[in-house]
Design a protein around this ligand. Structure first.
Ligand SMILES: Nc1ncnc2c1ncn2[C@@H]1O[C@H](COP(=O)(O)OP(=O)(O)OP(=O)(O)O)[C@@H](O)[C@H]1O
Ligand SMILES: [Mg+2]
Length: 237
């Protein structure tokens, strides 16, 4: 992990702008935002549909690049990284939990969780140890041989979280992580992420519409029309 105990912000936007340009049609998704997201907290990006939440997460996750401005993630100015260095930086520091889970359908729960460790070239015995520990912490040891279509929505989300966390990333990004879950399963997933945050001191950044999830926020960033409309502290430290 790149962050130290006295880490500064995990994300720093300086006049970041994002304009999509599809076939000559320009859409300014992010106008010009300047703000920091503190590390080791539950930070939430909230706002109406189309306000730019997913765009911000994709920029933070280095899935997409800003049109202008400067973006630092885990202390790294990501605009300075080129292809391979960017991929390497992303795979070492950042994990994504997608709303649609994005599990590999032909792999079992165990293999889905193990996959990021394979990509990192971790040797087999260590991989097995870390994969089993992660399955245990999300309560899915008994379902480890199930494929995604043999799991419930909440179980799939737990596999997705286990897969995101198994490599112990400094930063976990989740786009509407509870959107497809009933409120009880959503509460279980939130509790699980809290546990992981305490165990690994990771930083979490979510986008959400879910009031239940928002009630757990340490920091709330309200985005409206591609601009930061408001920043409020949530739960006290
Ligand atoms: N690939 C793209 N090409 C062109 N425009 C895009 C693209 N992706 C997003 N947009 C536009 O950028 C703006 C912000 O979209 P974004 O997906 O970030 O919103 P959001 O806040 O995540 O919305 P939701 O809550 O519905 O998920 C919208 O006007 C959207 O239409
Ligand atoms: Mg979105």
């Amino acid at each position: 992990m790149t962050s130290s105990p006295n880490a500064g912000p995990v994300v720093s936007f300086k006049e970041v702008r994002k304009v999509y340009n599809d076939d000559g049609l320009e859409v300014t998704a992010i106008k010009s935002v300047t703000f920091d997201i503190p590390s080791r907290r539950f930070a939430m990006i909230v706002g109406p549909s189309g306000s730019g939440k997913t765009t911000l997460l994709n920029l933070i996750g280095c899935i997409d690049a800003p049109t202008a401005g400067q973006l630092e993630v885990c202390g790294q100015n990501v605009g300075l990284l080129r292809d391979n260095a960017m991929t390497d930086f992303r795979s070492r520091n950042i994990a994504f939990v997608f709303q649609s889970f994005n599990l590999l359908p032909v792999l079992t729960a165990y293999e889905n969780v193990e996959y990021p460790l394979l990509l990192l070239g971790i040797p087999a015995p260590e991989r097995r140890k870390q994969t089993m520990a992660m399955l245990e912490s999300v309560g899915l040891v008994d379902q480890r041989d199930h494929r995604p279509n043999q799991l419930s929505g909440g179980q799939k989300q737990r596999v997705a979280i286990a897969r995101a966390l198994v490599k112990k990333p400094a930063l976990i990004l989740a786009d509407e992580p509870t959107a497809n879950l009933d409120s009880r399963t959503g509460a279980e997933i939130i509790a699980l992420m809290h546990k992981v945050q305490e165990e690994h001191s990771a930083s979490f950044i979510f986008s959400t519409h879910d009031p239940q999830l928002m009630s757990h926020a340490d920091e709330i960033f309200v985005i409206r029309d591609g601009e930061l409309a408001e920043h409020r502290a949530g739960r006290p430290n």
